[in-house]
Design a protein around this ligand. Structure first.
Ligand code: AMP
Length: 449
């Protein structure tokens, strides 16, 4: 179509992003590593729909939370049902577990997920309207060792992706027995100070005082710091549970920082809550968050089923991993994407068929291979191979066709050898092993206690 005037380009929606190569390689790496670590702890994957009934989040996340009041993408479907793009996945995982009877089977169910979530927040670095979470949930056990095991798994995962500097913040938010008493104490304390706080806090002081502790307004922070601490109001059972979690963490050598204001922005949490922050992230420093939600199943019509889980912000994780890899000699997670094993260069029409046959064979062997289909001079082909970062170039011209041996050029060392086509795959594999690209370095986590 020809036209003098180009149509106005259509851009991505505000707060959403296109993830492009080579960055997508970092995403694949963290996802692969998550699958491998979660598998080692016997978690299996669950995939739930991106849209759910609005009521699911209103009942579980909580009608007075920021997420539900301000941030959800909610719309009326054509049959007038209210639907919402999921702002988080724990409620969906529990809903699915109830719907498919998993919770009636007894024992602990360990599930993990990864995928996009949607919240209409003010976009900035590390905060998007479509963002990605990798999370895991254990349903059916309230044993404190499970809490510690989940944290142990998380730290192993962070170690595997190369993160070394982060802090584990830990708290207990009590349960349905002791929290109401604490909320009363909080409401009383807020009586005298709420008029000096932000409008949201003034409202929350009436409707849901616990949410005051989530407030991010700078001027409110000194007031919040003086409010009563939930840790002074835990019932004996919750206290004992928390102490046992701390003992289990100590036994595993996992350092933590107790943070009594950490209540997390969702209503369903009970007992253990935690967050991991990373200095590499700047303002949006929360890398992941999680905790116990022992009453969540009942809230959405299921049987009693205690649970604990976490959700890692994948966008932030990738930022932190790339930050950690920067400045290090080791290859960055993204660099594996560039590990093209070979570029096949053919000279003369007769070589095209054998060249594409060779590319097909090598690709079936799992090697990453590129071939150009436009006739190209040798020098230019070598330029392309080098630009693509190919480890080897394979040259096939009339001479090679006649001798039945192709030229295999090591693009780093510069030397060249003649190899029979059938042997090229193993030749490339053996030679690349010498300079195998390292995946993440295994490091000991350097947690600030
Ligand atoms: P939450 O579900 O609110 O507990 O959040 C868990 C994690 O998801 C946070 O620690 C962040 O890393 C990430 N996260 C939450 N909201 C956003 C957002 N709008 N953009 C990017 N990451 C987010």
């Amino acid at each position: 179509m020809t036209s003098d005037k180009r149509a106005e380009p259509i851009r991505a929606v505000k707060g959403t992003r296109d993830l492009l190569p080579p960055e997508t390689s970092s995403w694949q790496k963290v996802e692969d590593e998550a699958r491998s670590v979660f598998h080692a702890y016997n978690f299996r994957e669950v995939r739930t729909p991106i849209i759910e009934r609005t009521e699911l989040f209103a009942r579980s996340v909580g009608a007075d939370t920021d997420i539900v009041t301000k941030e959800m993408y909610t719309f009326e479907d054509r049959d007038h049902e209210s639907l919402t793009l999921r702002p988080e996945a724990t409620a969906s995982v529990v809903r699915a577990s109830i719907e498919h009877g998993l919770l009636n089977e007894g024992g602990a169910h360990k599930l993990y997920y990864m995928g996009p979530m949607f919240r209409r927040e003010r976009p900035q670095k590390g905060r998007y309207r479509q963002f990605y979470q990798i999370g895991a949930e254990v349903l059916g056990s309230d044993h404190p060792a499970i809490d510690a095991e989940v944290l142990e798994m998380l730290l192993l995962f962070l170690e595997r992706v190369g993160l070394r500097s982060f802090t584990l913040l830990l708290n207990s938010v009590g349960d349905s027995k002791c929290r109401p008493e604490y909320v009363k104490a909080l409401r009383r304390a807020l009586e005298s100070v709420k008029s000096t706080m932000c409008p949201d806090c003034q409202r929350r002081a009436e409707t849901n005082p616990l949410r005051v502790l989530d407030c991010k307004v700078e001027a409110d922070q000194p007031i919040i710091a003086k409010l009563p601490s939930i840790l002074d109001h835990l019932c004996p059972e919750c206290r004992q549970h928390f102490d046992r979690v701390l003992a289990e963490l100590k036994q595993r050598g996992i350092p933590y920082e107790i943070t009594p204001r950490l209540v997390r922005g969702l209503d369903y949490y009970t007992r253990t809550t935690f967050e991991i922050t990373s200095g590499a992230l700047g303002a949006q420093n929360a890398l992941l968050g999680g905790g116990r939600y022992d009453g969540l199943s009942e809230m959405i019509g299921g049987p009693p089923a205690p649970g604990i889980g976490f959700s890692i912000g994948e966008d932030r994780l990738v930022l932190a991993v790339e930050e950690a890899a920067r400045g290090k000699e080791a290859s960055t997670p993204g660099s594996n994407d560039a590990a093209l094993a070979a570029y096949v260069a053919w000279l003369g029409d007769a070589a095209l068929g054998p060249a594409s046959e060779l590319a097909r064979q090598l690709r079936r062997e799992g090697l990453s291979v590129e071939i150009g289909y436009e006739p190209t001079k040798l020098k230019k082909s070598m330029g392309i191979a080098s630009k693509l970062g190919a480890r080897f170039a394979i040259i096939i011209g009339d001479g090679e066709l006649a001798s039945g041996r192709y030229q295999v050029k090591d693009m780093t060392a510069g030397q060249q050898e003649e190899v029979e086509p059938a042997r090229i795959a193993s030749y490339l594999k053996n030679r690349s092993q010498d300079s195998a690209i390292q995946h993440y370095e295994t490091v000991t986590p350097d947690l600030d206690p």
